[in-house]
Ligand binder design. Structure first.
Ligand code: PRP
Length: 218
């Protein structure tokens, strides 16, 4: 891959819900992968827009690729930007896709915890910041998944996690409590690439913004 080539644009996306929701928007903006990403083991794909490639990586790696310029653009959840920081790149566009909420959740009907609250989460930085702002003392326990088990297994009093339908919480005897942040997919752009490849990136962002706008009208 050579995203330093001024005639080429590399866009970093993530498999799963973001990809499923983002690809139709990209297609509306004239960028469709030349083969089916979901059924391929490849990680980088040419598209119908000459010179534009899509690479598919883990969400938490998207900011890294974009910050260091190995990808020019990326699409990433606001949750990851809030957690890992977003100083290394521009965040020009909210795609208003993959919308969900970052919330605290506790066992249904649980009494408020006396003393320090044990909070299990993948989002340690956001959680520390949130409770510090509230003036509440917590011990943050960093986990990498299946957070919903932590309260019933006695590891934590509450969790901080992504809530979409709420079904995962419900299935595990938990209920959402406080809203920490509204989350959606954001386009991020490498700072140097925006200057050096302005003639390519500017219209691409414009097409995406129009596709977001058109989608909102439906
Ligand atoms: C998120 C989150 C919950 C689930 C919530 O996980 O961690 O487990 O979605 O969705 P719901 O409210 O519709 O039930 P995700 O599927 O993103 O996978 P992850 O565990 O890899 O983060």
């Amino acid at each position: 891959m050579n995203s330093n080539n001024s005639q080429k644009i590399v866009i970093a996306l993530t498999k799963g819900r973001i990809l499923d929701e983002v690809l139709p928007l990209f297609e509306a903006a004239g960028i469709a992968p030349l083969e089916d990403i979901n059924s391929s083991r490849k990680l980088i794909f040419d598209t119908t827009m000459p010179g534009v490639q899509i690479m598919v990586i883990r969400g938490s790696d998207v900011p890294t690729y974009v910050e260091f310029g190995s990808a020019d653009l990326g699409v990433v959840g606001k949750d990851l930007l809030l957690e890992y920081g977003s100083e290394g790149f521009y965040e020009p566009l909210d795609l208003k896709l993959a919308k969900c909420r970052l919330m605290t959740a506790a066992p249904v009907g649980a009494a408020p915890v006396a003393g320090r609250i044990k909070v299990a989460t993948k989002f340690a930085n956001i959680t520390k910041r949130y409770f510090a702002e509230q003036g509440v003392q917590v011990d943050v326990i960093k986990l990498n998944g299946a957070l919903e088990l932590a309260p019933s297994m006695g590891l934590a009093d509450i969790i901080v996690d992504i809530v979409d339908s709420g079904n995962t919480l419900k299935a595990n005897g938990l209920e959402p409590l406080q809203l920490i942040a509204q989350i959606s997919s954001r386009v991020i752009v490498n700072k140097a690439a925006l200057k050096m490849k302005h003639a390519l990136i500017k219209p691409l962002l414009q097409c995406l913004a129009e596709a977001v706008e058109a989608r909102a009208q439906v």
